[in-house]
Design a protein around this ligand. Structure first.
Ligand SMILES: [Zn+2]
Length: 111
């Protein structure tokens, strides 16, 4: 047992809302997807996973449920709306392949 005392004020953990399920979670349970601003004429910016949560740009949060990631990848309009952007197929593929994506729930499909 560590020295945590009951009754001591819990440290406030920032809450963010998942753009898919609309539930609030501790920020650390969410993955930030950010639309980065263009940095040069040849770099128009883009939509990408922001593991640091510190990149500038408009952000959207996905919770740690595989179903939410699956849904946003199948329905990128959710992300487009949250970021006010048009997510490209390449960007979506990169999000789908991100290591922070929760593992899909294994369903036994034995046919
Ligand atoms: Zn969610």
């Amino acid at each position: 047992m560590t020295g945590k005392q009951p009754g001591r004020a819990a440290r406030h953990v920032p809450q963010r809302t998942c753009i898919v399920c609309r539930r609030q979670f501790d920020k650390r349970r969410l993955t930030r997807v950010v639309r980065t601003p263009p940095t040069s004429p040849s770099d128009r910016g883009g939509v990408l996973v922001d593991p640091t949560g510190k990149r500038s740009g408009r952000g959207a949060y996905l919770c740690d449920q595989a179903a939410c990631w699956d849904k946003v990848i199948r329905h990128p309009g959710i992300l487009n709306q949250a970021l006010n952007a048009q997510v490209s197929e390449a960007e979506l593929a990169a999000i789908a392949a991100d290591p922070r994506r929760p593992a899909a729930v294994e369903v036994e499909l034995d046919n």
